[in-house]
Design a protein around this ligand. Structure first.
Ligand SMILES: [Zn+2]
Length: 159
């Protein structure tokens, strides 16, 4: 927590008490550099809700998103740092949509991100998410991917 007056990261809590009927904790902090004091509030992040295809609604679970991405990225040359970043980015994008997102929306966000990172992971996730009926769908997806790869290569000044 950086001091809002001088920007120093060296601050300490001088007082801590419940606030907002117990839904928050209010802390007084003092900066070790400039000695100014400021207040912070700690609250639980509001729940993001997911509307399922079945019509049910349930709280968004970060660990579920992470497991889905882990499965798609298994054995792919993508570091755990990238995975963590990916989870954070997707969750932030979903929260920007609103307090309720559809499971389709989540699938689309994941697919568009994976497509930028790793084609194999993208296809793995797509095959689970889109519940491919048969080989035709899969081939169409592969063809679309190859088209975009060709376009991407042409724009790459290194290629
Ligand atoms: Zn300061």
């Amino acid at each position: 927590m950086h001091c809002p007056f001088c920007g120093s990261g060296d601050t300490r809590v001088v007082d801590s008490r419940p606030a907002e009927q117990g839904r928050a904790i209010r802390r007084r902090r003092e900066c070790e550099s400039c000695s100014d004091r400021f207040t912070t509030y700690e609250r639980t992040e509001s729940l993001l809700m997911v509307s399922k295809r079945s019509g049910r609604t349930e709280p968004f679970r970060t660990d579920k998103l992470q497991r889905g991405l882990e499965n798609a990225l298994a054995d792919r040359p993508v570091g755990t740092g990238t995975l963590a970043e990916l989870v954070d980015t997707i969750e932030a994008e979903l929260r920007a949509i609103g307090t309720v997102v559809s499971s389709d929306e989540i699938g689309r966000q994941v697919l568009s991100r994976l497509r930028e990172i790793d084609e194999v992971a993208y296809l793995r996730f797509a095959s689970v998410y889109k519940e491919f009926q048969g080989a035709q769908d899969f081939e169409r997806e592969m063809a679309a991917l190859e088209d975009s790869a060709v376009t991407g290569g042409a724009q790459d000044p290194v290629a």
